[in-house]
Design a protein around this ligand. Structure first.
Ligand SMILES: C[S@@+](CC[C@H](N)C(=O)[O-])C[C@H]1O[C@@H](n2cnc3c(N)ncnc32)[C@H](O)[C@@H]1O
Length: 205
């Protein structure tokens, strides 16, 4: 709950279910959502076109559309079951608004539809060494569609090596990053606050 608003979600209690990690909300999404409520970040996302990578069950996009109905938000994920779950969760929260939830698999990018967007968000998608390169590849593609788009990736740091490899691969692909330090965020959601989180803002060199 934030203000008078709620997000209602149907989600799994398991970390992995039906072969995917996408059927529950991960902690970096909750951490990042609290950061999005700060004035600084509200000004960044207000009324913008936003595309999320690896959306999971859709918490972040539903939350953002609850705090600003003018946001034009597109969920994406590689998993059909996850995409169906986003659509169901969306309906639980909005009866009239259309839900944009599209299949986008960073590992199968033979042809890309128009992916022009102002802002790219992703939470807890840096956990598997195998998907680091495809993830950075899609970031480069998104920057080709709009070189000024702002990219934010929030991660729970469970393994420093994975996080370091992500940063090293960003550097090798000529992308710059800035480590953001959220301050004065209200504590709204329930998650393990002793965990280590990082939010990177990523740019073209
Ligand atoms: C750990 S879950 C995080 C879900 C959500 N972002 C959150 O924070 O709650 C990782 C998500 O990335 C998606 N994913 C993994 N590999 C992907 C790929 N190659 N292309 C697109 N999405 C992918 C999974 O389907 C899953 O929904």
């Amino acid at each position: 709950m934030f203000g008078n608003e709620y997000v209602t979600l149907r989600e799994s209690t398991s970390l992995v279910s039906k072969g995917t990690t996408g059927l529950r909300t991960w902690p970096a999404a909750l951490y990042f959502a609290e950061f999005l409520l700060t004035e600084e970040m509200r000004n960044v996302v207000n009324d913008k076109q936003i595309l999320e990578l690896g959306s999971g069950i859709g918490f972040l996009g539903i939350f953002l559309q609850k705090i600003n109905s003018k946001i034009n938000f597109t969920f994406t994920d590689c998993n059909e079951e996850v995409l169906d779950n986003i659509k169901e969760n969306f309906k639980l929260n909005f009866s009239e608004t259309p839900c944009r939830a599209n299949k986008l698999d960073w590992e199968a990018l033979d042809k890309c539809d128009n992916l022009t967007t102002d802002i790219v968000l992703a939470t807890d998608v840096v956990y598997d060494l195998r998907i680091i390169k495809p993830l950075i590849n899609i970031l480069n593609i998104l920057l080709k569609f709009n070189e000024n788009c702002q990219i934010f990736i929030a991660s729970t740091i469970r393994n420093e090596d994975t996080s370091e490899l992500f940063k090293k691969t960003l550097d090798e692909s000529e992308l710059l990053f800035q480590l953001l330090s959220p301050a004065n965020c209200d504590e709204i959601f329930l998650y393990d606050r002793t965990a280590k989180f990082e939010i990177l803002k990523i740019y073209k060199k």
